[in-house]
Design a protein around this ligand. Sequence first.
Ligand SMILES: Nc1ncnc2c1ncn2[C@@H]1O[C@H](COP(=O)(O)OP(=O)(O)OP(=O)(O)O)[C@@H](O)[C@H]1O
Length: 194
Amino acid sequence: MSTDFRPIVVCGPSGVGKGTLCEKLKAANPELFKSSISHTTRQPRKGEVDGVNYYFVSPSTFSSLVSRNAFVETTFFSGNSYGTSKQTIIDQRAKNSIVVLDIDIEGAKQMRMTDIDARYVFIKPPSSAILEERLRGRGSEKEEEIRQRLDQAKVELEYADTPGAFDKIIINDDLETAFSELVEFVSRPESQNP
Ligand SMILES: Nc1ncnc2c1ncn2[C@@H]1O[C@H](COP(=O)(O)OP(=O)(O)OP(=O)(O)O)[C@@H](O)[C@H]1O
């Protein structure tokens, strides 16, 4: 039985626990599961290292990479561009790592249109009320931002049920149960996957 090294794309509404689950996966097997290193046009923050946290590039380099079709997904946030390059994923896979991508639905749709073969997981909250509770509990967003994220969550949850959009849907109610389901899915050997 051979390990399935295809990247894992983890989607789900903001606050559902994607980051928590991805961190747990990487912590459980740091040699196997790795985050992808994104390119960004934003300035490095104190302590951030080029090639470790991000590849820091100028806007013109970023545009030239976009025009060469180098990214599997890009996003623009708070005045800066971010992107996951195909080459980064290919290089990490060549080192026998499974790349774990915590990206939004638009990013996942973009990625589906590339030639990178990945496995797509969607994390659902047990209910909208619990999602709201988690977002508020995290305390990292202002009220208006929480509202926007909850509106966006409705759109994402509807999309998640589109046949073929995701290979696996996990409800993150009890964290350990959701984590076990994620581990079971990512550990399936290549022969058991479509
Ligand atoms: N199963 C769970 N039960 C209770 N709380 C949880 C569970 N999973 C995650 N949380 C908590 O919910 C909050 C949101 O989780 P997290 O930051 O991982 O979400 P996220 O989906 O990565 O959000 P974003 O997309 O905005 O980064 C955190 O405070 C986290 O500790």
